[in-house]
Design a binder for this molecule. Structure first.
Ligand code: ADP
Ligand code: F6P
Length: 319
């Protein structure tokens, strides 16, 4: 292994920069040449590649977004696109690749490794939706961004005695809603993994009112439905004035938390070590305190289930 490349792909997440920094600086420490690919797989196809130095990653550990930029590449999903990428990989003498991204990006990494290119994935997504790892880079920052908004909405919810529904990201995974909802003291948390029951949400809201609660917070994961529509349904059923807020892409940016920077730094180094050791079809993650490595194919097999115990706890604590 002499030359490795690093790219960020799919939805960005806070901490991706810290992961790039780790791959570059640890790679150079191990006497590798490290190349940076711009705009994910799209940049690989376009040969948008430059050599990284210690100073290319200076002053980025605390920044959201990704210095290497990200993209979604439909072309790379095709056999023809992948052949073109292999050509570029050969021209640049790339011996191994580190892909930082979510499950879609890992499928791309799997495709590269099936074509004989040693590739290692680092989980970077605010969704925390990869079952093989307890944590994905960006989740903690996104939870805290959502929590900050929820706490502010709680103030005005109390002042006006309204119900407020807050839509957070998460198409198929309710982790962000669950964590931000529990930590924010939401009365109801609506996630894609649990069938949506409008009557249950409304009854809980009314029970709260009966015992004198002024505010009502409902946290909704985007995959279940639209906050405006569900808010209207709640208002119609309960007669309680309801407002809806969609947090959107503010959850994807911002300065990464300490946890995200730590995870990114440790996982970046592990990914480089795996490539050096010739373990070229793996993804890194964390179990307990240990940074782990799992074959890509295995990592993509199962979907993350909702943590039922924590989901029940959120319900009990928000009575
Ligand atoms: P994320 O990594 O955040 O889940 P996406 O699902 O959009 O984001 O995937 C990012 C990119 O990964 C896609 O635009 C595509 O280039 C690549 N990709 C996704 N699925 C595949 C696949 N089955 N084969 C090859 N590349 C894929
Ligand atoms: O995968 C991360 C994620 O933030 C999802 O929660 C969300 O549904 C999606 O990306 C939105 O991505 P974009 O707006 O970039 O298409």
């Amino acid at each position: 292994m002499q030359t490795i490349a690093v790219l960020t792909s799919g939805g960005d997440s806070p901490g991706m920069n810290a992961a790039i920094r780790s791959v570059v600086r640890y790679g150079i420490h191990k006497e590798l040449k490290v190349l940076g690919v711009k705009q994910g797989y799209e940049g690989l196809l376009n040969a948008d590649i430059e050599e990284m130095t210690l100073s290319s990653v200076a002053d980025i550990i605390h920044r959201g977004g990704t210095k290497l930029l990200s993209a979604r590449s439909e072309r790379f999903k095709t056999e023809e696109g992948q052949r073109k990428a292999l050509n570029v990989i050969n021209i640049f003498n790339i011996d191994g690749i580190v892909v930082i991204g979510g499950d879609g990006s890992f499928r791309g990494a799997e495709a590269l490794s099936n074509h004989g290119i040693p590739t290692v994935g680092i989980p970077g997504t605010i969704d925390n939706d990869l079952d093989y790892t307890e944590y994905t880079i960006g989740f903690d920052t996104a939870v805290n961004t959502a929590l900050d908004a929820i706490s502010k909405i709680r103030d005005t919810s109390t002042s006006h005695g309204r119900a407020n529904i807050i839509e957070v990201m998460g198409r198929d995974c309710g982790d962000l809603a669950l964590y931000a909802g529990l930590a924010g003291g939401a009365e109801s948390i609506i996630v894609p993994e649990v069938p949506f029951d409008l009557d249950r949400v409304c009854n809980k809201l009314l029970q709260g009112r009966n015992r004198g609660k002024l505010h009502s917070l409902i946290v909704l994961a985007e995959g279940v439905g639209n906050a405006m529509e569900i808010g209207d349904q709640i208002q119609e059923k309960t007669g309680i004035e309801t407002r809806a807020t969609i947090l959107g892409h503010i959850q994807r940016g911002g300065t990464p938390s300490g946890r995200d920077r730590m995870m990114a730094s440790q996982m970046g180094a592990k990914a480089v070590d795996l490539l050096i050791q010739g373990e070229g079809s793996m993804v890194v993650g964390i179990k307990g305190k240990e940074i782990i490595a799992v074959p890509i194919a295995e990592a993509l097999k199962t979907k993350t289930p909702i943590d039922e115990k924590t989901y029940e706890l959120a319900d009990i604590l928000s009575k």
